[in-house]
Design a protein around this ligand. Structure first.
Ligand code: GDP
Length: 139
């Protein structure tokens, strides 16, 4: 995956609350092109592997429970400066701290159930995109 791409998930809380359309509208309106997308559900093994960097954190078990409790939408997005611009679009991890107009401010309910994931570096965007998509699923 080239460095003008990032990886996102619309998390189970946002799917449950009917926000897939609203979030995709924010994403495409901000100039991101969707180059891969699927509606899927993570297994516990998937979630433990995806969030392995957090395995020592006290909330790891809660995070795995949350991310596996229902379907998600995963996608690879393309735009100049994709990683940084997408982190700005989603806002702070805790929606209480997120700027007005950001996806988490609009659609998230708590620091745990915060509606969307966004990669934090080009390197992780490539790893996370490859975790979710086969090469033939990326356009
Ligand atoms: P992000 O890069 O903004 O997603 O934030 P982090 O990498 O710090 O955390 C990863 C994910 O773990 C967050 O998006 C939340 O879903 C979850 N998380 C972060 N902090 C907490 C917490 O204090 N409690 C719980 N239950 N989940 C958390």
């Amino acid at each position: 995956m080239s460095t003008n791409r990032t990886f996102t998930m619309i998390k189970p809380d946002a799917v449950e609350n009917g926000h897939i359309g609203g979030i995709l509208d924010k994403i495409t309106s901000a100039g991101f092109k969707i180059v891969a997308m699927k509606y899927t559900q993570l297994s516990r093994r998937d979630a433990q592997a995806f969030y392995a960097i957090h395995k020592e954190r006290p909330f790891f078990g809660e995070l795995v429970d949350f991310m596996t409790r229902g379907p998600i939408v995963s996608a690879i997005l393309e735009k100049d400066n994709a990683v940084e611009d997408f982190r700005a679009l989603i806002g702070a991890t805790n929606p209480a701290d997120a700027a007005e107009g950001t996806i988490r401010k609009l659609f998230a309910t708590s620091i745990a159930e915060n509606a969307v994931h966004g990669s934090d570096s080009d390197e992780n965007a490539a790893i996370e995109g490859a975790f979710h998509f086969a090469g033939r699923e990326i356009f």
